[in-house]
Design a protein around this ligand. Structure first.
Ligand SMILES: [Mg+2]
Length: 153
């Protein structure tokens, strides 16, 4: 029986993106701001662009690839990218299919990055993971602790 391994992306196998300041964007679709609920406007492309400057941690990726190669693990990359945005779009009812199209755009961007970085995996889940501040679970380990142990001994 293979072990199911879920691996986060941002801050785990790559650097974090620069934060998105909604005030910088003045065109494109309207969505309610997460903090105030007020309508703000920004360009969806700009939202995707925040992920373009991030850098992969190749030592971590190699480790996850080795778990893929050993045949004993099912590797799922699981990211909250796009989750908040698509939830807001759904709630705002801004076009019946906009949030589906935009969820696909987050998926495509992430799939392309994982390919460029040489990531091996069985499944990729994008925008299905909620955004949280603290996750309490009996099966989790913080990424820095995990990689410090497996990469540095
Ligand atoms: Mg993360």
């Amino acid at each position: 029986m293979k072990k199911e391994l879920y691996v986060d992306i941002d801050g785990t196998i790559c650097t974090l993106h620069k934060s998105f300041d909604i005030k910088d964007y003045t065109k494109g679709v309207n969505v309610p701001r997460a903090d105030t609920g007020q309508i703000a406007a920004f360009d969806f492309e700009d939202l995707l662009n925040i992920y373009k400057d991030i850098k992969p941690y190749y030592d971590r990726i190699e480790h996850i690839n080795s778990l893929y190669d050993d045949g004993k693990h099912n590797i799922t990359y699981w990211t909250a990218r796009g989750y908040r945005h698509t939830q807001l779009m759904k709630r705002a009812g801004s076009g019946s299919t906009d949030h589906i199209t935009e969820k696909a755009a987050f998926y495509e961007l992430t799939e392309k990055q994982l390919k460029e970085w040489g990531c091996k995996y069985h499944e990729l889940q994008v925008a299905t993971k909620p955004v949280w501040d603290l996750y309490i679970c009996d099966k989790s380990i913080h990424s820095d602790d995990y990689f410090s142990k497996v990469l540095n001994g």
